[in-house]
Write a protein that binds this ligand. Structure first.
Ligand code: GTP
Length: 322
């Protein structure tokens, strides 16, 4: 008994694409779903090469796939994660997506007619929902990852992430014997500034300072908020002379122009401690921070608004202090 009465209406109502080609990859059948979405009519396409009708399909890849389905007489599968789509069809969702095309899960099935002629059936399942959800998930994860690295107020790197990068860069510098320097700087008399202009005024200075400093740096430098009003910059592949130059520029960028907050001018300055990596071993990054911190302390002690370089004679003090 023929089941045409069953398969015919079901194939036409199916919310998935069904396409059949013969061994020469000529089109034998397209169901309504595919005709509707591709604007290709079965009556026009029947007997034509699949690649002539659907010119955008990945021909070499699809030929290999179909050949293996025909030869092995076993199905093959391609998910939207491997290949977003095989036949370019517009998706109909009113959603924002990076792609305007329907994501597809595709199954290629070997078929034989009663005379033993062989065909391949391509089943196309619309997977756009999964594709869109995954895109949202990826965007959210990226945002989350970013917020894990970034200080919310200033948008500089947060301390944890910055320290991780410092550690990695120190290891890299040691391995490739490249120079590396560290600047630690701190806004001067910030408590007084907060008292005078309020916490929001202080925040505004921190934000402005970060923006001014960021533009002075290379993409390969790491700029992070180390504490409340203390910041650190890891200068990769930079020896002391270069680090001093950057430090002087930071000082100038901060103290040359007052920050405007609610029509008030807030004058600020920073003190900067500079150290070049010379320690070895696993804790070299901690020693480097300690050295830059001593230099920063000396800059504060010597009157603020200045750059001080760590001198090796003070290592003893550092070790004692620890
Ligand atoms: N507005 C604002 N203030 C902060 C933030 N984090 C820390 N502070 C303030 O920064 C001030 C730091 O004060 P101190 O450590 O005494 O240092 P200082 O007043 O800058 O003095 P010197 O460093 O010696 O020049 C404190 O009053 C903190 O409350 C912040 O995110 N926003």
């Amino acid at each position: 008994m023929s089941e045409d009465w069953l398969t015919g209406p079901v194939l036409e109502q199916l919310n998935s694409g069904v396409l059949v080609v013969d061994e020469q990859l000529k089109l034998v059948y397209l169901n309504s779903f595919l005709q509707r979405h591709s604007s290709v009519q079965l009556s026009d396409a029947k007997g034509k090469s699949l690649f002539q009708v659907f010119t955008d399909v990945p021909e070499a890849w699809l030929r290999r796939k179909f050949a293996s389905v025909l030869e092995l007489q076993s199905p093959s599968f391609s998910s939207w994660e491997q290949r977003q789509y095989i036949i370019k069809l517009p998706h109909l969702r009113p959603v924002t997506s990076s792609s305007q095309y329907m994501a597809q899960n595709c199954t290629m099935l070997p078929l034989k007619d009663p005379e033993g002629r062989r065909y391949v059936c391509l089943l196309i399942e619309d997977a756009t929902d999964a594709f869109v959800y995954q895109q949202h998930l990826q965007t959210t994860l990226q945002k989350l990852e970013l917020s894990n690295r970034i200080d919310g107020l200033t948008q500089a790197l947060n301390r944890r992430y910055w320290e991780e990068q410092l550690k990695l860069e120190v290891q890299r510098a040691q391995r490739y014997q490249q120079p590396l320097s560290l600047l630690l700087f701190d806004l001067d008399k910030f408590k007084q500034l907060n008292d005078q202009y309020g916490h929001l005024g202080g925040d505004c200075v921190l934000i402005e300072l970060t923006a001014r400093v960021r533009v002075l740096l290379r993409d390969t430098d790491w700029f992070g908020r180390y504490g409340g009003e203390e910041f650190g910059i890891v200068l990769t592949n930079t020896a002391l002379a270069g680090a001093l130059e950057v430090a002087e520029r930071v000082c100038l960028a901060v103290n040359s122009t007052a920050v405007t907050f609610h029509e008030q001018s807030i004058a600020t300055s920073v003190s900067i401690g500079v150290a070049q990596l010379d320690a070895v071993g696993d804790r070299a990054h901690e020693v480097l921070i300690g050295q830059a911190d001593i230099a920063l302390y000396n800059a504060k002690r010597d009157g603020r608004n200045r750059v001080v370089v760590f001198s090796a004679g003070e290592t003893e003090f550092l070790l004692k202090a620890n």
